[in-house]
Design a protein around this ligand. Structure first.
Ligand code: GTP
Ligand code: MG
Length: 184
């Protein structure tokens, strides 16, 4: 009886459940840096990702399988191979890369049209906020026009993989939404 109750409790609160999270964004945005900031709590030296990195992150009693995909133009068409069963997307923007904000916006829109991602929540992280030339979150939001998004849980936050600012806030938001969306 006790075991049945405990398993119902675990199911209800998604304890011990795995969630699949994708980190996407243009090359150089800081996806791999964010993945390892989440995993080891520090900044690492990165190389451009050819393919993907995947790490399991245990946080607040749940297990996140976090996939960081390479963002170079030639690799982006392969993002869709990873969409199945994804509960959350972290889309990373380099806040200093104003020239390519329109390309980032187009890639984001294209991705959000995919049927396989229709139930996934979206966290946009405006990374590199430690740099003086970083655009404000409001400016980036205006360019991405996230206000237009209907029927999707989304949020936009500033962060820095270098200093760690904003990373925990982002993860907290993502976990709360993913848990809420997946109550059985
Ligand atoms: P691809 O794998 O090519 O798609 O790139 P990526 O998005 O994984 O970028 P990556 O994490 O490799 O970071 C690219 C560069 O930006 C590296 O030199 C990082 O050290 C740097 N970088 C990442 N995050 C930050 C940040 O918050 N602040 C600063 N100043 N630099 C950062
Ligand atoms: Mg990378």
């Amino acid at each position: 009886m006790g075991q049945l109750f405990s398993s119902m409790f675990d199911k209800l609160f998604n304890i011990n459940k795995d969630f699949r999270i994708l980190i996407l964004g243009l090359d150089g945005a800081g996806k791999t840096s964010i993945l390892y900031r989440l995993q080891i709590g520090d900044i690492i030296t990165t190389k451009p990702t050819i393919g993907f990195n995947v790490e399991t992150i245990n946080y607040k009693n749940i297990k996140l399988n976090v996939w960081d995909l390479g963002g170079q133009t030639s690799i982006r068409p392969y993002w869709r191979c990873y969409y199945t069963n994804t509960q959350g997307i972290i889309f990373v923007i380099d806040s200093t890369d104003t020239e390519r904000l329109n390309i980032a916006s187009t890639e984001l829109r294209t991705m959000l049209q995919e049927d396989e991602l229709k139930d996934a929540c979206l966290l946009v992280l405006c990374n590199k906020q430690d740099l003086q030339t970083a655009q404000s979150i409001d400016k980036i939001n205006e360019a991405l026009q996230l206000y237009d998004l209907k029927d999707r849980n989304w949020s936009i936050l500033g962060c820095s993989a270098k200093t760690g600012d904003g990373i925990t806030e982002g993860l907290d938001w993502l976990i709360d939404v993913v848990k809420e969306n997946n109550v059985e």
